[in-house]
Design a protein around this ligand. Sequence first.
Ligand SMILES: *[C@@H]1O[C@H](CO)[C@@H](O)[C@H](O)[C@H]1NC(C)=O
Length: 470
Amino acid sequence: MLASLAMLFVAVLLLLFLLQGQRGEKFPPGPRVIPIFGNVLQLNLKSPIKDLERLTKKYGKVYSIFFGSRPLVVVNGLEAFKETLVSKAFDFCGKPQDIMFNYAFQVQAHAPGVVLADYSPIWKEQRRFSLMTLRNFGLGKQSMEQRILAEISHVTKVLEENAGGTMDPHLLFHNAASCIICQVLFGKHFEYEDEFLKFSVELFHVTSKILNGPWGIEAFRLFRASRQKRLQFMAENKKTRVPGKPRHFIDCYLDEMDKRGDDGSSFCEDQLCALLLDLHYAGTDTIANTLLSAFLFLSYYPHIQDKVLDGKDEVSFEDRQQMPYVQAVIHEIHRKGDVTPLGLYHSATKDTELMGYSIPKGTIVVTNISSVLNEEGQWKFPHEFNPENFLNDQGEFVKPEAYLPFSAGVRMCLGEALARMEVFLVTVSLLRKFRFTWPEDAGEPDFTPLFGTIQTPKPYRMKIQLRETP
Ligand SMILES: *[C@@H]1O[C@H](CO)[C@@H](O)[C@H](O)[C@H]1NC(C)=O
């Protein structure tokens, strides 16, 4: 009896030992790994910031933690960041495929979308097409600007109704961002009360929280419903589509499918459906939260607003090169917005090395964008909102190397051009018409964002005044 108990005990120990994630000899350091759980018990998963900061201090720029037996390597600071995403771009351009996120997103092997797709010929083909289409749709050109300005007029209307009072801009900016990307994808304006728009805003908002924190079944349900809606859009669209005369992203994609016929390429309607979700998702919360953070800082520092206008009445995106101060403000908005603090997870495409550590193929790698955007030594004022970070002594615009809010390398943000144009146009247009201030009775603002895959400022209200028209 005793002997068999002892044997059982040994067997369990052995099993635990086998299940324990283990650091290879030259693997990045980190906290002691507990069998089965890895390091999850040592982290406060709801708000891991403090714990993670502690780990960076203790273990340095590159460290590892284990989720169960699965290691995850965290990369902090510009030097390590560049080695990962620039000099060894192709070693780290994979995406982990077996994580919850992908199941919820319902990523299919033949139609993986772009954002979560592993490095593969399919991904390459689809990314190239998406990038081209977003550009030809007039990114950086007139037509896209007009689409965005038309959407901004709806924002202006809501703000006008609230002028003289205070408002929480949360929903307004989410609606605006969602509407702008919908213009690109579906070519139509959605009213802010529209069911599809409401559903999407809710979907992204809820799932970006759930996906990051404790797991919820809700995300699965929402994503399934979202897929139904996209399929419905695609079906309706076919009734009015004229081949060769694209009106929006869906039409462009269908034209491309026609062009390719059966050439064995990865273009198919499932993939279109996946892309629509990727682009809609990626283009909504990121922009909305960047704007929320922009107006949080701008309301608290109204003198910056007055300098943005600086006597100019009409501003177009083209003019930005001649406006160093505005450029500096917009870049500082993206820097302090810091909306994707950990970027999106990467994975090693082969056995490789990083900062002298060895990284086996398949290891999940997290590049800490936040650590670069706030790194001491890289910025004049790393911890405060200050456009001087992008101005030299002559008042000319300069872009420090650590300005990487859209990440870097092969997997860098697909929507950067669109995002930059949106944030520029929204900010400048609204400041031209309104002056935003911090309500006297609101106390001191709390600039610490709420952590998430996509980070968001804490809710706040801003006071809105109409500017005198000159
Ligand atoms: C990322 O960097 C920020 C800023 O340096 C730090 O507070 C945070 O703990 C880091 N996150 C991780 C996962 O190491």
